[in-house]
Design a protein around this ligand. Sequence first.
Ligand SMILES: [Mg+2]
Length: 426
Amino acid sequence: LEFMNSSALDAAATENIVKLGPEKGVIHLATAAVLNAVWDLWARAEGKYHAMYLSIQDPKQIVSCIDFRYITDVLTEEEALDILVKAQEGKKQREDQMLKEGYPAYTTSCAWLGYSDQQLKQLCSDALKSGWTRFKVKVGADLEDDIRRCRLIRKMIGPSSTLMIDANQRWDVAEAISWVSRLAEVKPLWIEEPTSPDDILGHAAISKALAPLGIGVATGEQCHNRVMFKQFLQASALQFVQIDSCRLGSVNENLAVLLMAYKFQVPVCPHAGGVGLCELVQHLILFDYICVSADLRNRMCEYVDHLHEHFTSPVVIQDAHYMPPKDPGYSCEMLEESGLYFKHFTFVQYKHWRGKNILKLSHKRTGLKMSKEKVFQKAWGTEINFLQSSFSVTVNRIFFFLLIKVPSFSESFDFFLILFGLSFIM
Ligand SMILES: [Mg+2]
């Protein structure tokens, strides 16, 4: 724990690697991958052997994990400690409540762009039968198409269910405002990623324009560090904070963002997906409810229903709620054959994307067989996260071997990060 605080995050900003970031881009993704693996190990170590979210319970210990550099104008160490100490009250009840009921989730799996109306209806109706009451729809390709699809889904889910829309950074600011205004009739709770994820003042302008329509702005899945989140909060540029377990510098930096969000009283609704993100982020949101916010109003965690079969401890969803993980660790361990398969697939994908032998080669080397459609569906857009997850398992072993066997290793941790970061882009 001491190492995580003193060396790991500091290393990401040392002079040697300042030009590769700092605290953004590939080097920050590498930091997250390494530290996620460390948190996984820590939860399994010291005889605790419990789920990761239970590792972050002691207020002083939590504060010692946070890098307050650049955020003390908004949150000091003393304030953070104060928030955490106050939230100790009722902690046990909230933990019991979570074990019994789980944490509320929403589904993104019903309404991706490109689905036919028939497919939307079928998926929506299946989800309703499984108890889902919160739905997210992808928008931004064609306005008339969005209006039709959103009306269809609103009609199916009824007025009392929650609907969100997600544009994945499609628009400029003015276009975002006019487009979303046209969709106000379906009463979306939020518009997610309306414009460039780096445009804090743009998000603030959109938030201000959409507030009278009762639509909030949600963002954060591409928000690369706590300093960006600080400014989003300061500028009232978002109404829903979407932390990501692999984008920020692991649990350490997410703790800082959760506490800042609490201070600004902005609900946290984590980003997740089918690449292990659900597995990881469930720990953070459980921690947020049990140890920080003690509030479920307007709060929910994203859920996407694919690729969980590659993890040794996949998430458990019951009645549209995340049930707290019971297996030890940070739920980030992939099955060995899945790690091998996707590492190999990513390599092949970059080298021979259009080649005819992709599948033949993959199957030959890994022994796993999937249809071409399934392989592309599973791997599309998810390479980095897969690499993070599958590397975590390997890194666990290498990293701790070095830490234990080589006394000077912690001093060369920044060098290790560079190597690891570069391995993403090789
Ligand atoms: Mg999104």
